[in-house]
Design a protein around this ligand. Structure first.
Ligand code: URA
Length: 434
């Protein structure tokens, strides 16, 4: 088999065999196949798609590129939540400790920023000292003793996704249903979980902006989960505007702490609690949705969820002093408002464009070796449908480099559309699949 022939076959839209997929992905993971050939195959998949059989074969080979964890010794339900990626999406940082405080075991294998979206690992690393690179053994021990641990793919767990994810991030090959499905599900199946809830984003800041594509992605993810014997549901949630008010790595940790203290923005908390309720109801099918919401609110109100986040940070080597006093964390040098150019109501936010502007501020990566600036990002002041007066701040840009600040400021007019017509406030949670 030659990589060239497999790329050519896919470039003509033909379905690959499981053997061809395994040959290519394993060869790439072992460094026998170079980035440029894998990039070409990814682009051919991106353009031509994959059949369900190919997507399953890709998931299987990515899963089998590393170890699978086994939580048979766990005392309690083992579950996880994963998002298809959004802007300002910090749900995992709040939900993981909330569920762990309710005795659900959460072995969370997450990703870094991808395309225009942020990643849980980059956010956690904005906490000084937080180590997301634990060995599989240490990860497993921490989940069993502490209830939750959050790491990235390792050389033992989903190494194929680790390499492919980084390559897709910089080759514009993220927005593909089979590639997203295999990436997410290989990580989640490797975790050895019993239950999984997926947050499938739809709208201008989602990888799948159209509702039909988001639904097709949700169905693909749920079908793979079920085939592997995992109780899986997906909520399709809105990404026509950032979730919460803060976007950027440390800024999002700061907003998550507020959420764990009971002061999170309403949209962020609603999505978090709805996803958490799915897991709690899988663990206890007798529990009503209302009680599942109440129990989560109780561990936020009594401080148990925040305490779990603090302990988890400490166990990962992170400095909890900045979590106790977020003002002690470093801040971006420039914090400048972008004023509304006219009055009216906020009609649309180009959320994907906003995510890409975050990369210009170094809140995300242009190439895999780039270092993230943890302090940069945005604080958004207006939501879709709200009334705006001329010169009122729409967003505050947090930047450390003046040229990047100027460039982002000059492009902001492309992000916000203000009009005279009464504007539409999007639904937050559209539909449940599975
Ligand atoms: N999250 C992942 O883990 N992988 C993707 O491809 C997209 C979102």
């Amino acid at each position: 088999m030659l990589p060239y022939q497999i790329i050519e076959k896919k470039s003509y839209g033909k379905a690959l065999t499981p053997e061809e997929i395994a040959f290519f992905v394993n060869g790439y993971t072992r460094d026998d196949i170079p980035d440029y050939q894998m990039s070409a195959l990814l682009m051919a998949i991106f353009i031509n798609g994959m059949t369900n059989e190919e997507t399953l074969a890709l998931t299987k080979v990515m899963l089998e590129s590393g170890d699978r964890l086994d939580f048979a010794a766990a005392d309690g339900f083992v579950a996880d939540k994963h998002s298809t990626g959004g802007v300002g999406d910090k749900v995992s940082l709040i939900l993981a400790p909330v569920l762990a405080a309710l005795d659900i075991k959460i072995p969370m294998i997450s990703g870094r920023g991808l395309g225009h979206t942020g990643g849980t690992l980059d956010k956690l690393e904005s906490i000084p000292g937080f180590n997301v690179n634990l060995s599989g053994d240490d990860f497993q021990k921490m989940v069993l003793t502490n209830g939750v641990s959050l790491i990235g793919q390792t050389k033992n767990i989903c190494p194929a996704d680790k390499k492919l994810y980084a390559l897709r991030d910089v080759t514009a090959t993220v927005r593909s249903i089979p590639l997203i499905s295999a990436s997410i599900m290989s990580k989640k199946i490797a975790e050895g979980i019993q239950g999984l809830v997926l947050d499938v984003k739809t709208g201008s800041g989602a990888f799948m902006p159209s509702y039909d594509d988001s639904k097709a992605l949700a169905e693909s993810l749920v079908a793979i989960g079920k085939l592997y014997g995992i109780q899986t549901t997906a909520l399709i949630t809105d990404m026509n505007q950032p979730l919460g008010r803060k976007i950027g790595n440390w800024l999002e940790v700061e907003e998550s702490i507020a959420g764990l203290q009971g002061n999170g923005p309403e949209d962020l908390m609603m999505v978090t609690l709805a996803l958490g309720a799915e897991i709690l109801q899988m663990a206890d099918p007798q529990l009503s949705a209302e009680d599942a919401h109440k129990t989560q609110l109780a561990v936020i109100e009594n401080g148990a969820a925040l305490e779990k986040f603090m302990t988890t940070t400490r166990l990962h080597g992170g400095d909890t002093k900045v979590l106790e006093k977020p003002d002690n964390h470093s801040r971006a040098t420039h914090r400048v408002d972008y004023p509304a150019p006219r009055s009216g109501s906020l009609q649309t936010i180009d959320t994907m464009q906003l995510g890409f502007l975050g990369i210009e501020l170094d809140a995300g990566r242009r190439k895999t070796s780039d270092k993230i600036d943890p302090d940069t990002g945005f604080v958004i002041h207006k939501r879709l449908g709200e009334k705006v007066q001329t010169n009122e701040p729409l967003i505050t840009i947090h930047a450390n480099k003046k040229p990047a600040l100027d460039s982002v400021m000059s492009q902001m007019e492309k992000v916000f559309k203000i009009g005279d017509e009464p504007a539409h406030t999007p639904t937050l949670i559209y539909e449940k699949i599975g």
